[in-house]
Ligand binder design. Sequence first.
Ligand code: ADP
Ligand code: ASP
Ligand code: MG
Length: 406
Amino acid sequence: MRIVQKFGGTSVASIERIRKTADIIQSELNQGKQVAVVVSAMSGETNRLTAMARELSATPAVRELDALVATGEQVSAALLAMELQSRGIAAYSYSGGQAGFVTDGDHVRARIKSVESAHLLVHMQAGEVPVVTGFQGVDEHGNVTTLGRGGSDTSAVALAIAVEADVCDIYTDVDGIYTTDPRMVPKASKIDRISYEEMLEFASLGAKVLQTRSVELAMRFEMPLHLRSSFDLVQGTMVVGEDETMERAAISGVAFNRDEAKITIMEIPDQPGIAANVFGPVAEAGINVDVIVQNVSEQGFTDITFTVPRSDYLPTMEIMRVLCKQMQARDVKGDDTVAKVSVIGVGMRSHAGVAKAMFDVLAVEGVNIQMITTSEIKITVVLEEKYIELAVRALHTAFGLDRQEA
Ligand code: ADP
Ligand code: ASP
Ligand code: MG
């Protein structure tokens, strides 16, 4: 059996935690498994490094930012390799570049182009343990790049695929995927098995337990993920292809994201091409537009409202002010205190009335819905951020997701 084990920030947060992580690796080796390890930076380290850069400049050069934050993972990889070696295990740390991770040159959010890690496989087969820095690679010119926050998950899945591992174990500080973030809803229930498709919705709608791209990759290559705790070695959650044994409740979980901002461009003279005019420059600026609503045109005018990540709010407003003039629209207004709440479930395909049930719950709680968007397996609403806890808890209870006390 061949496995890739990924340890998140809390699993390498201190010398004591590094020892505990080494215990976990050692126990897998003792069972005769071939093991490669991917580590995150010690928890808080990526934020600490980023904050230092921001003290020097509001807009630090992204190449240098990557060179800086990539050091976090190098520290934990080297420390963990030392600890393994002191136990007589042949373990060696590798930076992303050394491990063969080649990315595009889009600093701070680079995408993996290839993983050339045949050399690591040779070590694994010899019972040695490569300890690879997560979250990073090098571009074709050898510049250090990083994969976006939470990117070590994606590094681990990519490595698991490259060395043809049987499973990728993601060790973190929760013992599985829950029906919603257990930090917000203590009554959230643990899910034993979840399909890639649902997990992808969970992740992309705000559940930061796995980076979205790691789930996309796992789905594409059918790499099973086992999300579990390094604090409590119980069975966690398996993220796998959809199968017959999965539960078919209408709703599997509730996700939320506070990192949202909403922009409306009002009374645009309606004619073919206006949507392309509005979203073209936003896309060119590398900004991801999410929920879009265009209302019916009245007397030749229409409004378009859309959401963007909160960090892109100001640049998007700038772009819209320019466009507003060019397109002779009436005005632009924005709000960066909105949030998004979604209910997710493949069971929605076979259960009618989920949308109505969701809107009823929010109405009873007095939560005003600002925007709505749906897909086959999710319904998302945009609302005022201050209602987020209320909305998530009420929906979690109403859809029968609260943990039943034994
Ligand atoms: P790591 O540093 O190990 O990558 P993260 O902080 O990135 O850990 O991810 C784990 C956290 O994800 C948990 O502590 C939990 O608060 C959060 N989380 C959000 N949504 C969920 C969910 N649906 N199930 C489990 N954890 C969730
Ligand atoms: N250290 C990086 C971060 O904090 C990558 C990761 O932990 O996955 O985002
Ligand atoms: Mg993470």
